[in-house]
Design a protein around this ligand. Structure first.
Ligand SMILES: [Mg+2]
Ligand SMILES: [Zn+2]
Length: 163
């Protein structure tokens, strides 16, 4: 069993803009995120994105545009010689009905754990909203609530997840 490092997307990996990130041009990767992810992977963490993308249900953007953003992130990480294992997302908006995958629901964390043989009790979720840490605590993951657009490298160092 491995330990998972679950990252919220907007505000943790890329800039929280105070609005939905609807196109690639809005998707600005925070400066030390590639280095932070590289160091986490090198330290044995399975790094997985867990993100609510209700803008898809609202028709603000489609899955293809989101995949362009994630493809760009993949390329930037690859340039640094690293990678996230996966990015799991909930495309649903609560106005269109309840789902189990939207945080604070924890279905995506459970799915990630099953797919990648992750020990949830040894795992950490970092997010900039209360719902991120609620999703984590519901399945025994340690949640770390941070300010939006904080240095991921510093967070990982402060919590001794990397050297
Ligand atoms: Mg966020
Ligand atoms: Zn959902």
């Amino acid at each position: 069993m491995r330990k998972g490092l679950f990252l919220d997307r907007d505000g943790v990996i890329n800039t929280e803009r105070g609005a939905h990130t609807v196109r690639l041009a809005d998707f600005e990767i925070l400066p030390d995120v590639p280095q932070a992810i590289k160091e986490a992977v090198d330290a044995g963490w399975v790094v997985i994105g867990i993100t609510n993308q209700s803008g898809i249900d609202l028709g603000l953007y489609d899955g293809k545009e989101m995949e362009r953003m994630h493809g760009y992130l993949h390329d930037v990480l690859a340039e640094r010689g690293t990678a996230m294992t996966e990015i799991l997302y909930c495309p649903h908006h609560p106005s269109k009905g309840k789902c189990l995958c939207r945080k604070p629901g924890s279905l995506l964390l459970e799915r990630a754990a099953a797919r990648h043989e992750i020990d949830l009790s040894a795992s950490v979720m970092i997010g900039d909203r209360e719902r991120d840490v609620l999703a984590a605590s519901a399945v025994g993951v340690r949640g770390i609530l941070v300010e939006p657009n904080t240095s991921l490298l510093e967070i990982l160092r402060t919590h001794r997840m990397i050297a």
